[in-house]
Design a protein around this ligand. Structure first.
Ligand SMILES: [Zn+2]
Ligand SMILES: [Zn+2]
Ligand SMILES: [Zn+2]
Ligand SMILES: [Zn+2]
Ligand SMILES: [Zn+2]
Ligand SMILES: [Zn+2]
Ligand SMILES: [Zn+2]
Length: 413
């Protein structure tokens, strides 16, 4: 805004009266000079003057308004003047141009809305916020000056009187919010109702009186502390119950694992029982004491011996060996050392040879005693093995052999 239009008053330290505009007696604004006397005038002052006169107001000589122009020389002189702002409270001072062009906050200003109020430029916003002559846009779409709003509401389609008789005019669309949260004529709960269950219900206008005597208002600090403690404990309990759930799941998993192991254990016990049963059966039914294989490829070496003897083996805690007598075609049995009395044994020796006709079985009882430690019995077949051992032999991968199977049992049983 142009400072002159805002009528800023400035004072300047003028060297002489001649430098002032003789019409307004101020520092000349946009100075124009008289061609005859060189007296400076404000451009607007002299143009206004020349509407009524054709003479210079200083020297009274004829002046031609159409030839007037702002004097650069005079403007430079004016610009060098030291000035200060005249508005009360403003401290702006310095070169003329600076003071003239500053936006003075202390400039007295009149309301443009029509209320006639005068205020400082800096207070414009405050004034216009409360000025009743300012127009506002009503919800109904009409533009209404604030001072006329109350009258307007009486006919306005988007406003209404509060139905609860509180006397307030409210927007129709805010009726619910008003009666629920702010109308003094509607019922409300004590503000400590939701948090502490104060049972008080009454008109909102009576709430301040109730609060003064409300027990919960007096104890609210204490109660809030308690609530905090309770919620902390709740959190702890929830955390622990989560832990318990987790542990329960672990326990369930362990139970399932135990069940599996129990099943496996039962299986194993069954198998052990079965094995024990088998071994008992074997020990009862099978008196198989020893198998002896005689390699016939060595037969010529022992063909003339009285007997050939197997390696010793253990039966019934005693050391035994089997014998074959080549010349007499007998099989026999020897007890290595029997110093503990008589021993009555059932003996069966089965000869298994390659020729099935040659298979033979010898069965007898024999009482082993201190002086009789060996016994021999003839094979029943007529043909002697010693005559043709190869034809009697079994062929087996690594050798050619005749096999003797011995079955022994104690005769006491
Ligand atoms: Zn003037
Ligand atoms: Zn003049
Ligand atoms: Zn100022
Ligand atoms: Zn106003
Ligand atoms: Zn309206
Ligand atoms: Zn109301
Ligand atoms: Zn209460």
């Amino acid at each position: 805004m142009n400072s002159r239009e805002r009528h800023i008053k400035i004072t300047a330290d003028l060297g002489s009266e001649e430098e002032k505009c003789v019409i307004c007696h101020e520092v000349p604004y946009e100075p124009c000079l008289c061609a005859s006397c060189e007296q400076p005038f404000c451009k607007m002052c002299i143009l206004n003057w020349l509407c009524r006169s054709t003479q210079c107001p200083a020297c009274r000589k004829e002046m031609d308004g159409s030839k007037l122009s702002v004097s650069k020389f005079a403007q430079r002189a004016v610009n060098k003047l030291q000035c200060k702002c005249n508005n009360e409270g403003c401290s702006t001072a310095g070169d003329y141009s600076i003071v003239m062009e500053h936006n003075c906050e202390y400039e007295p200003t009149q309301c443009t809305a029509g209320c006639n109020a005068t205020f400082l430029w800096k207070d414009s916003t405050i004034h216009y916020e409360s000025c009743l002559y300012i127009s506002t846009l009503c919800d109904c779409g009409s533009t209404v000056k604030k001072k006329d709003l109350e009258g307007h509401y009486k006919t306005c389609s988007s406003h209404m009187n509060c139905l609860h008789g509180c006397g307030q005019i409210i927007k129709r669309r805010e009726e619910f919010t008003h009666s629920t949260y702010s109308c003094p004529n509607t019922k409300t709960h004590c503000t400590h109702g939701p948090s502490f269950q104060c049972p008080w219900v009454g008109l909102r206008s009576d709430l301040p009186t109730h609060i003064e005597s409300c027990l919960f208002e007096k104890m609210k600090g204490f109660l809030a502390g308690m609530q905090l403690q309770v919620s902390t404990l709740k959190e702890k309990v929830e955390c622990q119950s989560r832990t318990i759930t987790k542990l329960n799941r672990n326990v369930e998993a362990l139970h399932r694992r135990i069940d599996l192991l129990e099943d496996e254990k039962a299986d194993l016990l069954d198998r052990i029982d079965c094995l024990e049963q088998n071994s008992e059966d074997e020990s009862v039914d099978d008196n198989h004491a020893h198998t002896w294989s005689l390699d016939v490829r060595d037969y010529n070496r022992f063909r003339n011996r009285r007997f050939i003897e197997s390696e010793t083996f253990t039966f019934d805690d005693r050391q035994w060996s089997m014998r074959f007598y080549p010349k007499s075609n007998c099989v026999g049995l020897a007890l290595e050392d029997s110093d503990d009395g008589w021993l009555d044994m059932n003996v069966t020796i089965v000869l298994i040879s390659g020729n099935t006709d040659q298979n033979d079985m010898v069965t007898f009882n024999y009482n082993f005693g201190p002086n009789t430690r060996a016994v021999a019995r003839p094979l029943r077949s007529g043909r002697k093995i010693s005559e043709d051992p190869m034809s009697a032999a079994n062929n087996f991968e690594n050798g050619t052999y005749i096999q003797f199977d011995l079955f022994l049992s104690d005769n006491d049983e």
